[in-house]
Design a protein around this ligand. Structure first.
Ligand SMILES: [Zn+2]
Length: 403
């Protein structure tokens, strides 16, 4: 019986992983990937994948200036001789990495150093490394997951931003609040306000033209605008399907799939990068800042909070909870920690659910571990929570690193 050399299998898989990353497609799940490898080589492969993600993250620091991920990936493939990267990482797995400590960030920096001078010399500090060092309480699998999740989200957003760029180019005049009726006209979409309960909105299309129905009994104008943007999103992104019926379960879904895509599209369309100030990501995220965004762009609080968090250069996150349980979360690229699935009983969010006589909004600073997994230092977290209805509490988290 021939025995496969374990490092050969790990090397093949790493090759495949890097191929897939360079193709600009969604990043594969690292743990599933490693499961295809002999047990003895899994940890080494995970380290290498983590190293690759570090390399990608390093290039993605450019996102501060709205550099798109696929440009970044293209840059990597130009700048690097791909094969050399693979060989070098393999070499590190089999030799040097084995003797190194479990400080994987150090390992990733070592890869970058090894890959050599000219094209790799960073023109600015390795911000990614500074941020990544923070998550030292996480396992390597968790770190790799964190990075692939972030990379996939960034890829989706950059794809949508491109689509939105093409879409708003159809308008003669772009100003806040974005006039969706003009846009719909340009896209050959007829819009009708009709009683539509229990739906909020609906799109019927054959790909060339379509009809958007908006529920006239929804009185919240900002909610209607969000739904409008969502249906335009389906028309632009998913024209293959002829009918979309959307109620609140679709319109509140920022988690995964076509509905999430249409929601992110709507949020980006209503607050397009072209209209945001150049220092948008640098301003301190807060519920008050989100309220201002709601005013200026006539958008819902959920859409503005999501936009604020994803564009932020701060380590911040949005947590949406329903009836005492976390529904979904979205992190800024700099929030390098996991948020557990359950609310801490002492958190303001929990207390807002428990005490209806409380004011609807509250703010406090806690040890970071109350809200985060993977932070093992003295860092704190600022929690700002608002009860927006009997069912929902929105929470904005801001990590404050202690140096
Ligand atoms: Zn939908």
């Amino acid at each position: 019986m021939s025995k496969e050399r374990p490092e050969t299998r790990a090397a093949q898989l790493l090759d495949e992983y890097i191929d897939s990353r360079l193709s600009g497609r969604m990043a594969p799940k690292p743990d599933e990937f490693a499961a295809r490898c002999p047990q003895t080589e899994r940890e080494g492969l995970m380290e290498a994948i983590y190293g690759v993600e570090n390399v990608v993250a390093y290039h993605c620091d450019d996102h501060i200036s709205d550099k798109l991920l696929d440009d970044t990936l293209a840059k990597i493939s130009q700048v690097l001789v791909r094969r050399r990267l693979v060989l070098r990482i393999n070499e590190l797995i089999s030799t040097e990495w084995a003797t190194m400590s479990s400080d994987f960030v150090h390992g990733a920096e070592k890869i970058i150093a090894t890959l050599g001078p000219a094209s790799w010399a960073p023109s600015k500090p390795f911000l990614g490394s500074a941020v990544m060092n923070r998550g030292s309480g996480l396992t390597v699998t968790s770190k790799a997951l964190l990075y692939t999740n972030e990379a996939n989200l960034k890829l989706l957003e950059s794809t949508l931003e491109k689509k939105i760029g093409e879409t708003i180019a159809l308008m003669d005049d772009l100003s806040a609040p974005v006039d969706l009726s003009v846009l719909a006209q340009r896209l050959c979409l007829i819009v009708q306000n009709v009683p539509l309960d229990p739906l909020d909105g609906c799109l019927i299309t054959n790909g060339e033209a379509g009809i958007i129905l908006l529920n006239s009994s929804v009185l919240d104008e900002r909610r209607r605008r969000f739904t409008f943007g969502h249906e335009i999103g389906h028309a632009v992104l998913h024209s293959g399907q002829a009918l979309y019926k959307d109620s609140s379960s679709q319109l509140d879904d920022f988690d995964a799939g076509a509905e999430m895509q249409a929601n992110v599209f709507s949020s980006l369309l209503l607050m397009p990068s072209a209209l945001l100030p150049s220092n948008f990501g640098a301003t301190l995220p807060s519920l008050a800042a989100a309220d201002e965004l709601c005013e200026e762009y006539e958008v819902s609080l959920l859409a503005s909070l999501r936009r604020l968090v994803r564009a932020s250069n701060w380590g911040c996150a949005l947590v949406v909870s329903k009836l005492g349980a976390i529904q979904w979360t979205v992190r800024s690229p700099f929030f390098q920690a996991f948020i557990p699935k359950q609310l801490h009983p002492d958190s303001l969010a929990s207390q807002l659910f428990a005490n209806e006589e409380w004011p609807c909004q509250s703010k406090a600073e806690w040890p970071a571990e109350m809200w985060c997994e993977g932070i093992d230092d003295e860092s704190t977290i600022v929690e700002e929570s608002r009860r927006v209805s009997n069912e929902y509490v929105y929470t904005l988290l801001l990590l404050v690193w202690k140096d």
